[in-house]
Design a protein around this ligand. Structure first.
Ligand SMILES: [Zn+2]
Length: 174
């Protein structure tokens, strides 16, 4: 988190950002317009959809990072979108299912170092969701959908999701 820049160039005026100490930390500063790159997390949502055998629904990723590996259904919030609405939208886009998020489960912070995109970490909000309607069909950035036992997970795309699912397994055993 320290000495990191989300951007190499100012997203407003295009000036090269330089690292300077602002509010106790080195941050990317624009010497032209005064923009300060605080490197805030991007909010994301994930749906914990369990079947009657307590298996979890996962999606196989069609895109990088982690193409061909599995992850929890979900994604990034859109501009001014509330988490619950974003969750319903993402599940619908990736699975064709209408879900009702009914219980908060956990937060997770995920780092994506080495990407060229203008973000490097996310704050993930995990909710239990129940399926209301729809026919399950992988779409958008998912090529397959499958329920997995929490004791026998496939190769996961992201470290933070392994932790979430370990936490979930412990939680369900209580
Ligand atoms: Zn600028």
């Amino acid at each position: 988190m320290v000495d990191k820049k989300t951007y190499h160039y100012c997203p407003y005026c295009g000036e090269k950002l330089v690292l300077k100490v602002v509010a106790q930390k080195k941050r990317g500063i624009c010497s032209n317009c005064g923009f300060i790159d605080y490197v805030n997390a991007k909010p994301a949502v994930g749906a914990l959809i369990l079947n009657e055998k307590k298996k979890i629904l996962l999606g196989k990723r069609a895109v990088e990072p982690g193409r061909g590996l599995w992850n929890i259904v979900g994604g990034f919030l859109e501009d001014r979108e509330y988490p619950i609405e974003g969750l319903k939208r993402e599940v619908k886009e990736e699975t064709g299912l209408e879900v009702e998020p009914y219980k908060f489960f956990d937060f997770a912070v995920a780092y994506f170092d080495g990407l060229k995109q203008g973000w490097n970490y996310s704050l993930n909000i995990l909710y239990f969701c129940r399926i209301i309607s729809g026919k399950m069909l992988p779409a958008d950035d998912v090529t397959a959908l499958k329920y997995f036992s929490l004791d026998k997970l496939p190769r996961m795309a992201f470290e933070h999701e392994k932790k979430i699912l370990t936490h979930l397994r412990e939680y369900l055993q209580k």
